[in-house]
Design a protein around this ligand. Structure first.
Ligand code: SF4
Ligand code: ZN
Length: 419
């Protein structure tokens, strides 16, 4: 027997109309994530008898316990059971949290995975918003939109630091396992890539193309996830794209992709390259995990993640970069990408690949350490990791150049970045 949920039982208005709504300074009551506190999301498959359908548990204080201007940590843990539900569907459900939470009037949601950001407005508080309403919404919408695969939904919201941290550790294990499922695949292995147009409500011309060696720039969707999403919803935002004729193997451009992107962007973007940030890069939307930028005097590139709020050698902080690039345009010299993509085989390979990387925030570098070392070895520079500068070396090109020279960074002896 399938449960039919038609009501979304919350005191605020709810729907796509509120998706693009911003919660700005004067209107802000409290917030979590966004580099200020930890905010993490995880969807996990559960056994039928393990969870109770519709149950929403709040572990810790609610927003009503906080004073205006305060921050709090948040863990959103969703368990789904269903006879047809597979582990492969977890990332797809998890990525829905972004737009579904945004559908709540007066609530803003940015990001995904362990870099989410939720802002609660004064208006929502006046209407009686409780964090439990996030659970109510996810329960109702997961039943409505994914009837075929969902039988039971239980949501736990953690707001105590130690519990959020524990959930975050579990979530990171899961993200890693998902990301590594495509590690053994190359773009040459498949004839079909997948589109993702989930972000068009924010960036109308933006079309992500996801290949085995280029995960979606939000980090939440890899090639396998897109394939599973298409299986669940054949008319949804993830469509197969036949690569078709290869126009440029070095930069990564295919006729089939161009045709698709041209149509899906309504003519705004006629073509782009998978493996270049210098020449007609892929379009970028506001949810990217990282943004790479050229550093011409170092003949290399840098990248910065959403969770690093400091200055960078390209002269812009992450938030500024995201503001400028995140509208869904292709911006030569810059590209949004996922964390995982940095160490995927085709990462800006048309521009020289990971060997061009001269600066990363320390935190991001350390997070990816094992993978950077492995990629460096595969590319013939086993000590690449130690040659990449971070903010402890400097935050301008002038400051990091002597370090790169001293370390003999490979980018310095490569062809000029701009040809
Ligand atoms: Fe899809 Fe790209 Fe948006 Fe991620 S960033 S949800 S892959 S359109
Ligand atoms: Zn997006």
């Amino acid at each position: 027997l399938k449960v039919n949920v038609t009501e979304i039982d919350i005191p605020m208005a709810f729907g796509p109309a509120f998706e693009g709504e911003r919660v700005r300074g004067a209107d802000l009551h409290v917030q979590c994530g966004g580099g200020k506190t930890q905010c993490t999301e995880l969807v996990k498959k559960a056994e039928m008898n393990e969870i109770e359908d519709g149950k929403v548990i709040l572990e810790g204080p609610d927003v009503t316990d906080l004073k205006e201007g305060e921050t709090f940590p948040l863990g959103i843990f969703v368990q789904i059971a269903g006879r047809e539900f597979q582990d492969d569907f977890e990332p797809i459900m998890e990525r829905q949290i972004h737009h579904l939470v945004n559908y709540i009037q007066g609530i803003m949601h940015i990001g995904q995975r362990d870099i989410s950001w939720v802002r609660v407005s004064k208006g929502a508080m006046e209407k009686g918003f409780s964090l439990k309403h996030i659970g109510t919404v996810l329960y109702a919408k997961f039943h409505q939109d994914f009837q075929k695969i969902v039988d039971k939904v239980q949501v736990t919201l953690y707001t105590k630091t130690d519990e959020v941290d524990k959930m975050t550790a579990l979530a990171r294990e899961n993200y890693l396992a998902r990301d590594s499922r495509v590690d053994a695949m190359t773009d040459e292995d498949v004839d079909t890539f997948y589109s993702c147009t989930l972000c068009q409500s924010f960036a109308p011309n933006h079309v992500c193309s996801v290949s085995p060696e280029r995960t979606g720039l939000c980090g939440a969707y890899n090639w396998m996830d897109c394939r599973a999403a298409f299986e669940i919803n054949p008319t949804g935002p993830n469509q197969p794209i036949e690569k078709g004729e290869c126009i440029d193997p070095k930069l990564g451009q295919w006729k089939g992709v161009n045709d698709f992107v041209n149509k899906a962007s309504r003519g705004a973007v006629t073509h782009y390259n998978f493996y270049s940030m210098v020449t007609d890069p892929m379009t970028t939307c506001g949810c990217c995990e990282c943004i790479a930028a050229m550093l011409p005097s170092c003949n290399g590139v840098m990248t910065v993640g959403r969770d690093y709020s400091g200055d960078t050698p390209c002269g812009m902080k992450f938030t500024t970069l995201a503001g400028v690039m995140g509208g869904g345009a292709s911006s030569p010299g810059f590209v949004g990408h996922s964390k995982h993509n940095i160490t995927q085989g085709k990462f800006i390979l048309g521009d020289g690949g990971l060997l061009r990387m001269v600066w990363m925030p320390k935190m991001l570098k350390e997070e990816l350490k094992d993978r950077i070392v492995a990629r460096g070895e595969a590319m013939g520079v086993p000590d690449l990791y130690d040659k990449i500068a971070d903010e402890s070396v400097g935050i301008t090109e002038e400051e990091i150049l002597p370090f790169l020279e001293e370390k003999g960074h490979p980018a310095l002896s490569m062809d000029p970045l701009i040809g």
